[in-house]
Design a protein around this ligand. Structure first.
Ligand code: PLP
Length: 393
């Protein structure tokens, strides 16, 4: 058998060693608390599940769904966007349901990237933007981000010939892994840059509803002209605790939505309709559960940041997202810190290097473990005495 180069080219799974270590520790009976994955522990609200149960009994929902989803779902998405961000979209041309946003994020590369084409991708970041690019035969040009830049890319630093070759610009706010948020001014700069070089902007925005202290994240599509050159990926995963049901959406430029539908209708056969019914109920329903979630997450965020800052790390409180992104003392490697922490306290946090070279020197702590587990993890960290090489000087 000879596999395609794209399989060989997949980046090595950096956490193999750590995952093995965690499994070994658990087999030895140690109570490992993993704060690695961003997967909400709080269940999907009951009234959304009730809708699934009802819809599962309807024979029409046992058949192949349409690739572009139920018209009522596209309408519910358009209505939700209008209520939340004050922007109106044509549900038949500017909205496309997805099998979770990850599916659309991966597939959209096939709409833009030919062999040798470039995608501009922020670093650190969610790995699917660059892997999708590679699967389509393209190359990633990394846009490094730093704490000093508020975890935004410096678009003026992109060389002219790179900008001319690039087909897409990937951005993601509220950001994973850094928790950074973006204002409309930044989004406007992205629109300006994209129009100048005829680039599509792909904004990944699954965390706009996970926000704290009364902060309301913006949609990229609020920026004037954004709809001319871009789409936004959104998801019910984090807003309604629905990661397991796999449903999301792309909204924005009509030509991009049409291209993505053409790719998808040749590869998948849509989202199970009973799950689309759940999404309609969620999107048309009250936001009380979302508010309650955020209260729980905000308590966890405050606790985690206080303990990490007490340890001498730099852990500013994020305004949004499911993550605390903590800066390590100068020179400490994220993988060393994470390995030592899990060995000595049985608490796992993700090394920042896993999100790209600019993530080195940071760790990501996910707020999606049950509150009592996060409290226990923080008790262990507060009592931890790291060896001098890992501690703040
Ligand atoms: N984008 C970002 C930045 C994420 O962190 C995630 C999931 O963790 C996704 C997209 C995918 O979300 P889903 O496929 O569940 O909609």
């Amino acid at each position: 058998m000879r596999f395609a180069q794209r399989i060989e080219k997949l980046p090595p799974y950096l956490f193999v060693e750590v995952t093995r270590k965690i499994n070994r520790m658990r087999a030895e009976g140690r109570d490992v608390i993993s704060l690695g994955i961003g997967d909400p522990d709080i269940p999907t609200p009951e009234y959304i599940i009730d809708r699934l149960v009802e819809a599962a009994r309807v024979p029409a929902n046992h058949r192949y769904p349409e690739s572009d989803g139920l018209p009522q779902l596209r309408q519910a998405i358009a209505d939700w966007y209008e209520r939340r961000f004050g922007i109106a979209f044509d549900p038949n041309k500017e909205v496309l349901p997805l099998i979770g946003s990850k599916e659309g994020i991966g597939h959209i590369a096939l709409c833009f990237i030919d062999p040798g084409d470039l995608a501009l991708v922020t670093d650190p970041g969610y790995p699917v933007y660059s892997v999708g690019t590679m699967f389509a035969g393209g190359e990633t040009y990394w846009l490094p981000m730093t704490e000093e830049m508020g975890w935004k890319p410096d678009l003026d630093a992109v060389p002219e010939e790179v900008a001319r070759r690039a087909k897409v610009l990937w951005i993601n706010y509220p950001n994973n892994p850094t928790g950074a948020v973006a204002d409309l001014d930044f989004f406007e700069r992205c629109v300006h840059f994209a129009k100048k070089y005829d680039i599509a902007v792909l904004h990944d925005a699954p965390y706009t509803e996970v926000a704290f202290d009364g902060y309301r994240p913006h949609s990229f599509l609020e920026a004037p002209g954004a709809r001319d050159i871009g789409v936004e990926f959104h998801s019910l995963s984090k807003t309604y605790n629905m990661t397991g049901w796999r449903i999301g959406m792309a909204v924005g430029n009509e030509r991009i939505i049409d291209a993505l539908l053409r790719v998808k209708s040749n590869l998948d056969s849509g989202i199970p309709q009973a799950i689309q019914e759940m999404a309609i109920t969620a999107l048309n329903g009250p936001m009380d559960a979302v508010r309650k979630n955020n209260e729980v997450l905000q308590y966890r965020r405050d606790l985690v940041c206080d303990v990490l800052n007490g340890l001498g790390l730099r852990a500013p409180k994020p305004k949004a997202s499911l993550y605390v992104w903590a800066g390590l003392p100068a020179g400490v490697k994220s993988i060393d810190f994470s390995s030592r922490l899990v060995e000595e306290t049985a608490v796992f946090v993700t090394p920042g290097i896993g999100y790209g070279p600019s993530g080195e020197g940071y760790v990501r702590i996910s707020l999606t473990a049950p509150t009592e587990r996060i409290e226990e993890a923080m008790r262990r960290l507060a009592a931890w005495k790291p060896e001098p090489a890992l501690a703040a000087s």
